[in-house]
Write a protein that binds this ligand. Structure first.
Ligand code: AMP
Length: 285
C-alpha cells in the first residue's frame, strides 16, 4: 500500500503515519525527518537545507525528489510506504507520478487531514512541551514565528495539491480535529473503501495480535476452574483415604496396646492370685 498524508504543520500527519506503520507494517517516509537527519549529519544536502528549514521555507524540489526516489528503492519500502510531508508542491507531485510510473508502482490514496488553523499553534506548542518533557531536542522551526511562515507556504504551495489529487480521484479528506484514534479509524475506513487494504487486514492483524491470545487465554481460563475442581476432588479423596488408613492404623495400634495392657494386667492378676494361693497353702501347713 502506498499513501500520501497531506495536511498543514501540526495536523497530526506524523502521529497518524506512525500508527499506520504499526497497523499495516509499511514504512513512513518523512522528508522533514530525512532532512533533519541530513542537517545533523552535516551532509551536502543537510548543509543546503539547514538555513531554509530554520526560516520555514521549502527546500528545492529536486533535492527532496532525489531523496524520496532513493528511499523508495530501499528494501524496507517494498511492502509499501506512507509519504509524510512529501509532495509539498505541484512540481513535486508531478515528479512523484513520474518516478512511480518508472518504478511500476501505484499510488493507492492521498489522505488530507483537515484542521482549524486556530488549533495548529496550540498543537505545535503541545508538541514542543512534550518533546522538552522527554528530554528530546526541540525543532528549530517549531516557534510561533516560523510556524506562521510554514503555514503561509502550506497555503500557497501545498494546498493546490488538494485540487491536483482530487482531479485524479485520489483524494480523501478526513476531519483532523477528531481524537487521534478516531482519525486513525477514519483513515482505515477510507483505505478499506478505496480497496487499499483488504477487509481481512484488520481482522487478521487483530486476530494475530490480541484475540487469538485472548481466545486461548479464555479457553485456558475456562478450563482452569474445572481442572482445579477435579484436582481438589482428587486430593480430597486422597486425603479421606489417608485419613481412613491412619485411623485404621491408629485403631489397630490402640487395640494392640489395649490387648497388651489387658494381657499384662491379666498376667499380673493371675500371678498375684497364684502367689496368694501359695501363701495361703503355706500358712495352712
Ligand atoms: P516537516 O517535518 O514535514 O514539517 O518539514 C520540516 C521542514 O523540512 C519544512 O518546513 C521544509 O523546510 C523542509 N521540507 C520537508 N519536506 C519538504 C518537501 N517535500 N519539500 C520542501 N521542503 C521540505
Amino acid at each position: 500500500m502506498r499513501i500520501i498524508l497531506l495536511g498543514p504543520p501540526g495536523s497530526g500527519k506524523g502521529t497518524q503515519a506512525q500508527l499506520l506503520v504499526q497497523r499495516y507494517g509499511i514504512v513512513q517516509l518523512s522528508t522533514g525527518e530525512m532532512l533533519r537527519a541530513a542537517v545533523a549529519a552535516g551532509t551536502p544536502v543537510g548543509l543546503k537545507a539547514k538555513e531554509i528549514m530554520a526560516g520555514g521555507g521549502l527546500v528545492p524540489d529536486d533535492v527532496v525528489v532525489g531523496i524520496i526516489s532513493d528511499r523508495i528503492d530501499q528494501p524496507d519500502a517494498k511492502q509499501g510506504f506512507i509519504l509524510d510531508g512529501f509532495p509539498r508542491t505541484v512540481p513535486q507531485a508531478e515528479a512523484l507520478d513520474n518516478l512511480l510510473r518508472h518504478k511500476h508502482l501505484k499510488l493507492d490514496a492521498v489522505i488530507e487531514l483537515r484542521v482549524n488553523e486556530s488549533a495548529l499553534l496550540s498543537r505545535v506548542e503541545t508538541r514542543v512541551a512534550q518533546m522538552r518533557e522527554r528530554g528530546e531536542e526541540v525543532r528549530l522551526d517549531d516557534t510561533p514565528e516560523v510556524l506562521t511562515k510554514r503555514l503561509a507556504s502550506y497555503r500557497s504551495q501545498t494546498e493546490p495539491l488538494i485540487h491536483y489529487y482530487s482531479e485524479r480521484r485520489k483524494l480523501s479528506t478526513i476531519d483532523g480535529m477528531m481524537a487521534i484514534d478516531e482519525v486513525t479509524r477514519a483513515v482505515h475506513r477510507q483505505l478499506l473503501a478505496l480497496g487499499a487494504v483488504e477487509p481481512k487486514t484488520h481482522v487478521r492483524s487483530a486476530a494475530k495480535a490480541a484475540p487469538a491470545k485472548t481466545g486461548a487465554k479464555k479457553a485456558k481460563a475456562a478450563k482452569t476452574p474445572a481442572k482445579s475442581a477435579k484436582k481438589t476432588a482428587k486430593s480430597a479423596k486422597k486425603a479421606v483415604k489417608g485419613a481412613k488408613k491412619a485411623a485404621k492404623k491408629a485403631t489397630k495400634k490402640t487395640t494392640k496396646k489395649v490387648v497388651k495392657k489387658t494381657a499384662k494386667g491379666a498376667v499380673k492378676k493371675g500371678a498375684k492370685k497364684a502367689a496368694k494361693k501359695v501363701t495361703k497353702k503355706r500358712a495352712k501347713r
